[in-house]
Write a new protein. Structure first.
Length: 164
């Protein structure tokens, strides 16, 4: 059993579409996965965001830049369970943050995925839609098959829990 499988088992009881979102959290081997579930059925689910943390495995500040770069490159190579491949947008070792976004050539309409890496021990995935009339982006739910969400959770747990 993997942390991704644990997550899917817990999500299967999520509320129907249109019901208020609820958090679902699982933990395995010191790594936590938390997803905000908007709705689910037997094949897939709508997720507001996914966060993976490995809080008990701190990265020393002097190693953070290298760890973040390796994590970002691995996720860009894999683009695990996501509708578009990712591209490293920014890695700032001083602040301890890395950002990946959907590759521009693969963006669907004005919707894209963003992955934020923090401190070498946290990754968060969200889907956005740019709204030109508002002049800003808004977070939107992202649809996943259970298989693709399982793969995303497992890959993020490996990258964050293993240090990149």
């Amino acid at each position: 059993m993997t942390i991704g499988k644990d997550l899917i088992e817990k999500i299967r009881g999520a509320p129907a579409e249109g019901v208020e979102a609820r958090p679902v959290e699982v933990e395995r081997d010191g790594v936590k996965v938390r997803a905000t579930v908007r709705g689910a059925d037997r094949y897939g689910c709508a997720i507001d965001h996914v966060r993976v943390t490995a809080p008990g495995r701190p990265v020393p500040p002097e190693e953070r830049g290298g760890v973040l770069r390796r994590q970002a490159e691995r996720l860009a190579e894999r683009s695990p369970g996501l509708p578009e491949r990712l591209k490293v947008h920014e890695v700032d070792p001083g602040v301890g943050v890395g950002i990946l976004r959907s590759r521009p050539e693969e963006v669907r309409g004005r919707r894209y995925t963003e992955v934020r890496l923090r401190g070498g021990r946290e990754a968060e995935v969200e889907r956005y839609e740019y709204r030109p009339e508002a002049g800003r982006r808004e977070r939107i739910p992202q649809g996943f098959t259970h298989e693709s969400l399982e793969r995303l959770a497992d890959d993020l747990a490996e990258v964050v829990g293993g240090g990149g």
